[in-house]
Write a protein that binds this ligand. Sequence first.
Ligand code: NCD
Length: 413
Amino acid sequence: MRKNEQKPFQSPYTHKKSGKIWLPKNYINFSKEKNRFILIIPQEFVTIEWNKNESCGFMENKNLIDLEAMSVEQLAKIVKKAKKIMQSPADYRHACDGKILATLFYEPSTRTQMSFQTAMLKLGGRTIGFDNPMNSSVSKGENLKDTISVISGYADIIAIRHPTEGTAMAASLYSEVPLINCGDGGHLHPTQTLTDIVTLSCEKGRLDHLKIGVCGDLLNGRTVHSLIKTLAKYEGNSFVLVSTPELCVPLYIIDILEKNGCAYEISNSLADAVTDLDVLYMTRIQRERFKSEEDYQAQKNVFVLDREKLDRAPQDMIILHPLPRVNEITVDIDDDPRALYFKQAQYGMFGRMALILLLLQDEDFLIPARETQVCDLRCNNPKCITRHEAYLPNLSYEKLGMRMCEYCDKRID
Ligand code: NCD
């Protein structure tokens, strides 16, 4: 595209039914001037004159980076679709014939990668990808932008996991096809949350008015961050955050709870917390995210759900865990009817089938993007992708008068 190009603008993302144009996340609005948007197209700045009234889908896209942007109606649509698939999987056997999913896993995975692959195979599509970046050109020093630019020319949809915070957001800037965050460092894991809400909806019959205990590594556990952000959207949910002081949830998660008016308690006793919960969400201590082995050793095995503690819990409380389990739930609990973590992993596959279908086939299923600005400051979170991939633009958004990094959600000013 040439610089300063004017309308008519041919977007590959024209909504077929309404004729409206929506743009992927890589076209980022950073000018608030009326009728004028300055857009970033990878590595290039472009200005387009635009009539705001014609572009109501302007900020929407097909990338699932963070469930925060999704409305409860959209979440309900995913859950509903997942349930329909569960009821009659045969009806979906050819739903994605000819489509290709790329799974780019820069970090180990069992469930997320395989459930995405199985989901696509069950929909009639095929999969490509890597689960060890050292077997790809990453080992030769290829940057994220180049890998994504190439893969998005091969695949119809991309699922990516990476050890660095904000990577999925960064990758989405260079993807021509829908891109799904399968975990970015200790930041977020939105499709685990889809797994969790499908499970809650099927097993508890609701996503609201739940008292949820979350226990373990609440600082580094990305599943916890996505889960709290999402369940905070529903009325009447309250949280008991059980962790050591060192592994308490990040402040931005507390901000979200407060902004949404959710009741929450901070606790250091699993035995006390468990007596009055609808859901207990256990997580492992994230060894790979610690600075030293010594720090990890000090935190491991502090909270263990065993038979004695479970005996104090209500009979209708359910136990969830994103897995893998290390020691935080003793194996003798697996046969308790409240232990749903293996079933939860199966629900996840149906949630991912629903997500793939909605992203690839439902033109109306668009994910709203945040209003983002280019700023002078570079994020100084050492775990942020912007510290590792120098070409990335500095992008930020405003929250409660502060500038936050668009990639990793940490404060940058
Ligand atoms: C989680 C992850 O990768 O964040 N696993 C998963 O995807 N089910 C949880 C974890 O690794 O502890």
